[in-house]
Design a protein around this ligand. Sequence first.
Ligand code: PEP
Ligand code: MG
Length: 306
Amino acid sequence: LEDAHKAIECGAAGIGLFRTEFLFINKASKTSLLMSENEQFEIYKEVLQIMSDKPVTIRTLDAGADKIINAKGMPSGNEKNPLLGWRAIRFSLDRKDIFKTQIRALYRASVFGNLKIMIPLITHVEQLQKTKQLINEVQEELTLQNIAFNKNIPLGIMIETPSASIMSDVFAHQCDFFSLGTNDLTQYLLCVDRENTIVSNLFQELNPAVLRQIQYTILSANAASIPISVCGEMASNLQNLLLLLGMGIRTLSITPTKISEAKEFISCLRYTDLVALAKRIPLCATTADVQTIITTFLNENTIQPN
Ligand code: PEP
Ligand code: MG
């Protein structure tokens, strides 16, 4: 709730990523219990009310791997490869009780603001189809119970796995929006654990492989006329913005304290220059090549990002 107030103070046009697992992590750390439907409903409702008519994108539970919830039956992280294991939508679809509780809370809260629902770590088209089935069940239940809800809540997916990005032309016709999760997309494309300091030099958001997948995903979204935003840390770096904007990104989700700086920086840029810059990405073979084109651009345009 504090972050929602901060977002408004900092001039945000909405909330691009509400990571609901933090609610669960906080509660479980004190009580070893999960969030109930009503507890979730109250928080979602309040955030939506704080943001008024501004969009609030709430991501369903991304439990597991680097986000451990200390409650019974939750992913423990004690798998051989937790990052490739039982997490996010995989867990939610296996634990429909927990997933349904969350979807019900979100749907009940939907009448209090401008809600969008987003699904994490989608890798398979069937996961989206199963999620929609569950949403239909929730809608039917709420209708029978005479509980009000918005019938047209946009349903979007995180594009944060190679398969989702490669299949983005298909996904774009099956959901209402995309959000690029560049933290995981970089991790999974380059096979670099994002928290492993030994290989952190290989975690490169500006690697041409990552940029090509981002570019392809933007083209898929544009071709299907669905919105696409970036909610990974990549969007918080001003130099990266040059490429993201040049590739066609128009909506960024960044930490509130960086909003005014980003707005000021963007206001110094000319769109046609950014498009020309982004056109040079396919010519880059290495991250160093990408960095060179950015540095040259900044020098030629005498722009100094902090
Ligand atoms: C991402 O992977 O880029 C993302 C925004 O999700 P998270 O950082 O919560 O995994
Ligand atoms: Mg992620």
